[in-house]
Design a protein around this ligand. Structure first.
Ligand code: NAI
Ligand code: MG
Length: 796
């Protein structure tokens, strides 16, 4: 017998169908009261004081188009005043005990938590994001970030010995998570002892200004945090200010590249957190309903204005139709509207210009053949609203597949096999995040390492925590925010500031060469590419002279083509990264042993080239190889425990192909140190040996050949160091570049690295003395690697 009569049952079903949400608005009163108390007009926060407003622009509520306040457009003079204040504050702030700095961070966290509702409402009014998100995600994560970093400040000396803060950090942030990005920047910077000048994005300055008031209230020493508002020009003034020691930027890849070029040669530290086009992979054995909910979070969280948004759905063909049908059904239930309404899913985009940008991209995609699905239903006619959209029928070349849309637009493609999923997932210039869904642990943990992304979520998405590093691979930038890696981004070795300019070797007078002499030398060394000796493409050789200018040998004159071939060989050898660390160590030990076996011959060669004690340098080189062999299976990751049902495995991965321009001095030790650090971590290398004394490394081929080194892992191109370094810097197949040489050469390399935003390390004309034991450890290992955080469901 039915418990409920049938007609009543029908009625209940009807009610469910017709049930409407009533409005559930969050009260804006507090936020309005705060704005009013400030006269709705703001200057900057510099040296602990509010400046008089200058030329202003309006802060808008994108849901209503109402103007909220007037914000000062910072000038170069404003930036200068802020940098001066930060500089003046640096000495005492960095000298404070970590515990004391930690207490300030803790006080900030407490006060943000106390005023969480005010922050959340103000954020939603200024940015347009649903109150549910600012209340439950943004602001709690902000508080958590300050708490977490209060702890790092306290333990700085023991956890980061011999590290020092940069000094004054310029920080430029975007509008999608205004206060959260501020927290990600300011908390680690302050914990490490830096002072900051931060510029919020022009669309969303208000919570940064409210934060400035929190700094006032907790009695943060003046000048430690300076907030300068303004547009791109203001940001550029920070980037170009000569007294800023480090730039941390989050925003578009386009501006990230401008900043990379602008800081080239300046010696400023740089971390970039840029765009993404992150794959969201659903395998046929996934829990489809969970995967749909995850997808909602991945692409419609914050209207899709998320750098790590899962904007590319890759779904296995066998379940494609079923899954897409579920997605569409779910899309129809998403509520677009007043972001202050607690039951709204999708709020307003940040500004009209972003709405127009998205519409333009959609038009282009449709013209290229894309089909767009949008659910029925109304969206507000006023304000920056867009419906959620699902794009199908696209090829990998479609604009909507390749470009970061930064809006509520999901692009779907299908795949047949896991291999194809990986290929599609990695087929992008970005590498910020990736999500994968499968109930098969073997499949999930097989795919995660293959995804080229800084964050991988398994059976979950958009998980963040202060203890877990966040940041990109490839053109998504470099540096991490959060956790230990994030702290490292605000610290540098304390000895670096004492480096003196490297002595510039005097050119030796060479005797006019008789071309016929060369023919009598049996020392015309070739290149070493893909495990084989190769003639230079140019057909030319260059002479090698001894310390007195006498001709002692010849090497090939490498050119662009030789570098291309070497990079190709190095890429073909990337499987080296998957060789067990133990096996990589064995190869390095073997190199050390074989070099030691031939030490007299190598010592004599060094002496012939440099006139220096070759025996000592060979012994040091053997020791270096031994040291990095020892590191190969020890420089590894960590497991983080975020406050949710997951662990994050911080996996240390190689960059890929590293180009190395070795120093001129210590021709054997310099090159072997850099090479060994890179290959110990699983990179393959293109090595340009000392320009002046390359013969130690061209002799090294035989050592490589007798040490079980897989071909292509080490490739060697001799020639003009600057020319070859430039070619390497411009090559998109090179993922990292280390350059030891002049300040001008370093600037050139950094500028030329912009194309694919490869990570660079340069010696900037300074005397990095590689004989120092400090170079047998993590200094180069950390530069040879990037950390991928893999989130895995775990525990209850
Ligand atoms: P943007 O990169 O121009 O803005 C980010 C920040 O950089 C803002 O504070 C801005 O004032 C500042 N800025 C702009 N030009 C600068 C310069 N030359 N030097 C120093 N600072 C400068 O991003 P925008 O124009 O607001 O958004 C355009 C697109 O960029 C978005 O549609 C999205 O695709 C992407 N974007 C990506 C973000 C991410 O987190 N991945 C964040 C913001 C934008
Ligand atoms: Mg706004």
């Amino acid at each position: 017998m039915a418990l409920i009569p049938e007609e009543s049952m029908n009625k209940i079903a009807q009610i469910f169908d017709s049930l409407e949400y009533g409005p559930a608005p969050e009260a804006p009163d507090q936020a309005i009261a705060w704005l009013d108390s400030k006269g709705r007009k703001f200057g900057h926060f510099i040296d602990g004081k509010w400046t008089k407003p200058g030329k202003t622009f309006a802060a808008h509520n994108p849901a209503t188009n109402a103007s909220l306040a007037e914000i000062t457009d910072g000038t170069a003079e404003d930036v200068d005043a802020a940098v001066k204040a930060a500089r003046a504050a640096f000495k005492s702030w960095s000298a404070l005990r970590g515990y004391e700095r930690g207490k300030y961070l803790y006080a900030i966290a407490r006060l943000i938590q106390k005023h969480a509702r005010l922050f959340a409402v103000l954020e939603t009014m200024d940015n347009g994001k649903p109150i549910r998100e600012s209340r439950d995600a943004d602001i709690p994560l902000v508080a958590r970030h300050f708490y977490h970093h209060a702890g790092w400040a306290t333990h700085l000396d023991t956890e980061f010995p011999a590290m020092a803060p940069y000094g004054v950090c310029g920080q430029i942030i975007p509008w999608n998570f205004p206060l959260l990005m501020l927290a990600w920047k300011i908390a680690p910077a302050l914990a490490a002892g830096n002072t900051v000048v931060l510029k919020p994005a022009e669309f969303t300055s208000l919570t940064a200004l409210l934060f400035a008031e929190i700094c006032e209230r907790v009695g943060l020493p003046k000048g430690v945090v300076n907030i300068v508002t303004g547009e791109g020009d203001t940001g550029a003034a920070i980037v170009n200010h000569p007294d800023v020691d480090k730039i941390a930027f989050t925003g578009s890849t386009e501006v990230g590249k401008i900043i990379r070029a602008a800081t080239a040669g300046s010696g400023k530290g740089l971390s970039l957190e840029l765009g993404g086009k992150s794959p969201y992979i659903v395998f046929e054995d996934a829990d489809l309903d969970s995967a749909v909910e995850g997808l909602v979070e991945a692409i419609w969280f914050n209207q899709g204005q998320v750098c790590c948004a899962g904007s590319r759905l890759l779904v296995q063909e066998s379940i494609e139709d079923r899954f897409i049908a579920k997605v569409k059904a779910r899309m129809a239930k998403l509520r677009v509207g007043d972001p202050l309404d607690k039951s709204v899913d999708i709020g307003a985009l940040v500004a009209p210009v972003q709405v127009e940008r998205i519409k333009d991209l959609m038009k282009r995609g449709v013209a290229e053949g894309a089909v767009v699905y949008e659910p029925d239903g109304q969206i507000p006619s006023e304000g920056c609203f867009l419906k959620p959209a699902l794009v199908t029928n696209v090829s990998p070349a479609n604009t909507l597949v390749s470009e970061e849309i930064f809006g509520p637009v999901l692009v779907a493609m299908s795949f047949r096999t896991p291999e194809e999923a990986v290929a599609l997932a990695n087929n992008t210039r970005y590498g910020l995040a990736a999500t994968l869904w499968s109930e098969n642990i073997n499949l999930a943990l097989d795919i995660a390492p293959k995804l080229k992304a800084g964050v991988v979520w398994i059976n979950g998405t958009n998980q963040f925590d202060a203890a877990v590093g966040f940041g990109g691979y490839k053109e998504s930038g470099y540096g991490r925010e959060g956790g230990r890696e994030g702290m490292s981004a605000y610290l540098k070795p304390s000895w670096e500031k004492d480096l003196k300019p490297a002595a510039v070797a005097k050119p030796v007078a060479t005797k006019p060469a008789n071309p016929l002499d060369a023919g009598h030398l049996d020392q015309t060394a070739k290149m070493y590419i893909g495990g084989k000796q190769a003639r230079p493409d140019s057909g030319y050789n260059r002479p090698v002279h001894g310390p007195k200018g006498e001709l002692i040998g010849e090497v090939g004159e490498g050119n662009r083509k030789d570098i291309r071939n070497a990079v190709e060989a190095a890429r073909a050898a990337l499987g080296w990264a998957n060789t067990a660390a133990h096996s990589r160590a064995q190869v390095l030990y073997f190199l050390a042993e074989n070099l030691d076996y031939r030490r007299d011959e190598f010592a004599a060669r060094i002496k012939a080239q440099t006139g220096e004690d070759g025996a000592a340098e060979v012994a040091q080189s053997v020791e270096r190889l031994f040291a990095f062999a020892g590191w190969a299976d020890k420089f590894d990751g960590a497991v983080h425990n975020p406050p949710m049902r997951a662990i994050a495995a911080a996996m240390v991965e190689p960059l890929g192909v590293i180009g190395i321009a070795a120093p001129d001095s210590k021709p054997l030790l310099g090159a072997t140190t850099l090479m060994a650090a890179a290959i110990a971590m699983g990179n393959s290398v293109v090595l340009v040996p000392s320009e002046r004394s390359p013969l130690s490394i061209t002799d090294f081929y035989q050592v490589l050949e007798t040490s079980d080194m897989p071909s292509g892992v080490v490739n060697i191109v001799t020639g003009d160091s600057l020319t070859l370094a430039k070619t390497l810097a411009e090559h998109d197949g090179v993922d990292g570049l280390w350059f030891m040489g002049s300040a001008e050469g370093s600037a050139m390399v950094e500028k030329a690295s912009v194309g694919n935003l490869k990570q660079t390390w340069t010696s900037r004309g300074l005397d990095y003395d590689l004989t120092d034991p400090r170079f047998s450890g993590d200094y180069f290992l950390s530069r040879a690697t990037q950390v991928k955080n893999v989130w895995i469901p775990y525990g209850a």
